[in-house]
Design a binder for this molecule. Structure first.
Ligand code: ATP
Ligand code: MG
Length: 503
């Protein structure tokens, strides 16, 4: 049996789980996986070999209905009808149901029929596999359904795939063990199919491994993650010293600096799950997130909720992105504009959004410990209360307009960045003149002054800054009402990121 299964060269761990469940006689399996084509081939293969002689192989989807060995069974697009057909079939068989609506909001008659199916098929050699990228089974079915999580391949499995494809084709000497390990690490986060294609492509034109092969793999991988278009690697460019103010937040981050290590994990120290930064636009939320990866020395991936909603199937895109980050953990996942994804959860919101929201909450609860989530939001009125109550963030921070002292620090930082000596400027005066300004506006003022003076081929003066400052109307003035509302909303719900009192 096991050699036959190995013949389709799927990730051994996932395969083994499915095989064990089948040997255990479970009639109803729920396979949680992104790798639909691969699982389909696996089930087809099982139908041919599992019982020593071929048995029927059925596939159901809401588009095509039920097809058994390629033959459509009429009028089975309705999931109830499909279950009836499987129940009434005779003999052994394997049936794979794609995206079957057995989620927690499933029609009650479907839940009922699945339970009938369990009883009807038990010990008959007829197996039904529900396949979906996300796990959401109704409470009533938890006893009957056996869940198999079919994860993305880990490094061991990827090494095995490299062995099977590259070494078998080009010989063992084509790639040495340390190169296999490097490649395997670089290819984490891809499905087994993607790994296979990528290796095929890279080694089609080579006799063995060299540095250019490695670079090509990295480039391809980046291309693939771009194809999904919602997850972006953010290179570490900023450090905590680039943030003016927000001492409470900085202290919080520094205290947890050493927690994302093997030692801390082994010592059983609870690892933080995530933080939510909310607050006024241009105050440095994104900047703060970018510094976490530098401080903690972890890769940072940004998930763009706007882009998620631009895809054909936002829900599956979102969940797939979450899984991909787990596959490359330890890592920081930055969910920018999280309110975009969860805002619709409130009354009148559309169903996809509320599913994304509940999917997110479940994932936050079950996710790998080594993914730290840093979420940012500025239209916080759109955030449902549950994201704070049940979102399982370790801390919710409110990022307010900078205080006078903080504005001094922000001026210092941006003057230095623009090669101006802060000692030449009256920082107290500048920061008093920019009451109600956000960090982005201060940065912009410095940049404008630098550009101005450069065009006249002279160093920046305080006058340049004052001219820009008096010509600018900060957001806080044009949006006074909104900002007041944001502040009062955040007051009881979040910890102020700054220690200093407002002035
Ligand atoms: N506290 C600060 N210290 C230093 N620079 C700051 C600070 N706040 C903002 N800036 C500057 O302003 C830029 C824009 O800020 P950032 O994009 O992080 O704000 P944001 O809160 O994420 O805004 P939005 O809600 O619009 O996304 C930063 O890249 C940084 O250069
Ligand atoms: Mg931002």
């Amino acid at each position: 049996m096991s050699t036959a299964v190995a013949a389709v060269s799927a990730p051994a761990k996932g395969m083994e789980k499915i095989r064990r469940a089948l040997t255990g006689g479970h009639p109803l399996l729920y396979v949680q996986s992104w790798e639909e084509p691969r699982i389909e081939r696996l089930v087809q293969h099982l139908a041919k070999t599992f019982f020593g002689q071929p048995v029927p192989f059925g596939v159901w989807s809401v588009v095509d209905g039920l097809l058994v060995d390629g033959m459509p069974i009429p009028e089975t697009r309705d999931p109830m009808k499909a279950l009836d057909a499987i129940l009434q079939a005779s003999g052994k068989g394997f049936y794979m149901l794609k995206d079957f609506p057995a989620s927690s909001d499933a029609r009650p008659e479907i839940v009922r029929r699945l339970r009938d199916l369990y009883r009807g098929l038990k010990d008959r050699g007829r197996h039904v596999l529900l396949l979906s990228p996300r796990l959401a089974i109704p409470e009533d079915l938890k006893k009957e359904i056996y869940v198999v999580e079919y994860e993305l391949p880990d490094e061991v499995e990827i090494s095995r795939i490299i062995d099977a494809s590259v070494r078998r084709r080009l010989g063992v000497e084509a790639i040495d063990d340390s190169a296999v390990r490097r490649l395997a690490l670089a290819m984490r986060g891809l499905t087994a199919d993607e790994i296979g294609h990528l290796l095929g492509k890279v080694f089609a034109v080579r006799k063995g491994f060299d540095e250019s092969a490695f670079l090509e793999v990295l480039a391809e991988k980046e291309q693939m993650s771009k194809k999904e278009g919602v997850l972006e690697f953010v290179p570490p460019r900023f450090s905590v010293e680039d943030i003016g103010g927000y001492d409470t937040l900085k202290t919080w981050l520094r205290k947890r600096q050493a927690l994302f290590s093997r030692e801390a994990l082994d010592a059983g120290i609870p690892i933080p799950r995530g933080i939510l930064l909310m607050g006024i636009s241009g105050c440095g939320k994104s900047l703060c997130v970018k510094t976490i990866s530098t401080l903690w020395n972890l890769p940072l991936f940004r998930l763009d909720m706007n882009a998620v909603f631009g895809t054909e199937n936002p829900e599956s895109t979102f969940l797939k992105a979450l899984r991909s980050v787990e596959a490359v953990s330890p890592a920081v996942l930055w969910i920018d504009e999280i309110e975009m994804g969860v805002g619709g959860y409130r009354e009148g919101g559309d169903a996809a959004m509320s599913r994304i929201f509940s999917g997110f909450l479940t994932w936050m609860q079950e996710k790998s410990a080594l993914v730290f989530v840093a979420a940012t939001a500025n239209r916080i009125q759109l955030l449902p209360a549950e994201i704070i109550r049940k979102g399982r963030f370790d801390q919710v921070f409110f990022v307010d307009l900078p205080t006078e002292e903080e504005r001094k620090q922000i001026f210092t930082i941006h003057l230095r960045k623009n090669r101006c000596d802060p000692a030449r400027f009256d920082l107290v005066f500048l920061s008093k003149a920019t009451k109600g300004w956000n960090g982005a506006e201060i940065e912009q003022a410095v940049v404008s002054a630098v550009v101005e003076s450069y065009s006249e081929a002279r160093p920046v003066t305080e006058d340049d800054l004052h001219r820009v400052i008096s010509a600018t109307v900060p957001l806080a003035v044009t949006m006074e009402e909104q900002i007041k509302a944001i502040k009062s909303w955040a007051h009881d719900r979040a910890l102020n990121a700054s220690t200093a009192q407002k002035m």
